[in-house]
Ligand binder design. Structure first.
Ligand SMILES: NC(=O)c1ccc[n+]([C@@H]2O[C@H](COP(=O)([O-])OP(=O)(O)OC[C@H]3O[C@@H](n4cnc5c(N)ncnc54)[C@H](OP(=O)(O)O)[C@@H]3O)[C@@H](O)[C@H]2O)c1
Length: 267
């Protein structure tokens, strides 16, 4: 097996994948955060600084490109990373995408991940897309808010979503980084259950209050969220309502041999 390089190695997902693939070289903007963590090499690398990536990706055969967390401005960052991977002679890039990437979606996440997948298809590199569903790990915070408010307020209608544990995303990433036969394949990485708002309300132990997009946006704004985040939440709910995330997959079980964790395990 050739050299594996993991970007975003101090983030939640990157750290866990690096634990599972302990020989992989770790690339991060903040190497000091990994002082005393793991034994493999740590290299500085920032997608906003292309020159840092030449040294960071040297010798890599397989690269885990973890999408950055700066929604709205990350396409240039991802392009820098893909271009550097080409310059470094990387063979295959494993990229953390989203279920149902879509250039025409009102949801910016779907558009950005579609565009990054397209960059990789156009790059001439081999690729593997890990189309991760929404993390189940965010559910405890949502449940706490709903309980505090006395209801789960949403615009997602009857739409269902297969929330996935970040741990399962990490296990899948490790499997496709180290395994064979994943060239130019996209995997939907999902949890075991498609959950509707009613299912979530039952798990949280609160009633569900369905509102339309405008009322949902007003409520989020009144709660002090910035416009950008309001738009993200409203379009996420609208796309869920439209069935965009109603995606079933056995990839976690098939690729890792493990049963995916249900949301209830994280709550
Ligand atoms: N599926 C979901 O529900 C969901 C939820 C949240 C996020 N995500 C996406 O999945 C990714 C991984 O999730 P996570 O839980 O590990 O997120 P996280 O803990 O918030 O980590 C953010 C990641 O972005 C990287 N990053 C930010 N700016 C960067 C830059 N300029 N150059 C290179 N890397 C940069 C960070 O790398 P370093 O700090 O190590 O440089 C880190 O790996 C996120 O970045 C985001 O794109 C998905």
């Amino acid at each position: 097996m050739g050299t594996i390089v993991i970007t975003g190695a101090s983030g939640g997902l990157g750290r866990r994948v690096a634990e599972l693939v302990p020989d992989a070289i770790r690339v991060t903007r903040t190497p000091e955060k990994l002082d005393g963590v793991g034994a493999s090499e740590v290299r500085p690398g920032d997608f906003t600084d292309p020159s840092s990536l030449d040294a960071a990706f040297t010798g890599a055969e397989t690269l885990l490109l973890i999408s950055t967390d700066v929604v709205g401005v990350r396409l240039e960052q991802h392009q820098n990373a893909v271009d550097a991977a080409v310059r470094a002679g990387v063979k295959r890039v494993v990229y953390t995408s989203i279920t149902s990437p879509d250039p025409d979606s009102p949801l910016i996440l779907a558009r950005e991940h579609f565009a990054t997948e397209q960059m990789l298809r156009d790059s001439g590199l081999q690729w593997t897309f890990l189309r991760n569903s929404i993390y189940a790990d965010m559910q405890p915070a949502t449940a706490a808010q709903a309980r505090e408010h006395g209801a789960y307020v949403t615009n997602s209608g009857d739409g269902r979503l297969p929330y996935v544990a970040r741990e399962d995303c990490a296990q899948v990433a490790a499997a496709v980084l180290t395994g064979e036969g994943h060239e130019n394949v996209a995997y939907d990485v999902t949890g075991p259950d498609l959950l509707s708002a009613d299912d979530l309300g039952a798990l949280y132990g609160v009633p569900v209050q369905q509102v339309d997009d405008a009322a949902y946006a007003d409520g989020l704004r009144a709660a002090g969220l910035p416009d950008f985040v309001v738009d993200l939440y409203v379009t996420m709910g609208a796309e869920t309502r439209a069935g965009k995330f109603d995606v079933e997959s056995d990839a976690v079980k098939r690729l890792t041999g493990r049963e995916p964790q249900p949301v209830s395990a994280l709550l």
